[in-house]
Design a protein around this ligand. Structure first.
Ligand SMILES: [Zn+2]
Length: 59
């Protein structure tokens, strides 16, 4: 895993630490937030919207 900074799709900040879901990078703090909050509540639709944006950009 390389350590280049990548832009998080959730908060838009660049970060070295994080995870990839498909092609999308999510920084560690956002990932932690998703783990610790009720993702199915407020964040999940937001996350899906971000994913749609990713797919549009890739298309
Ligand atoms: Zn983030």
């Amino acid at each position: 895993m390389d350590l280049k900074e990548k832009n998080c799709i959730v908060c838009g900040e660049s970060n070295k630490e994080g995870i990839f879901i498909w092609e999308a990078f999510i920084c560690q703090s956002c990932e932690q937030e998703m783990v610790h909050t009720d993702v199915m509540d407020a964040k999940y639709p937001f996350f899906i919207e971000k994913m749609k944006n990713i797919w549009k950009m890739e298309a």
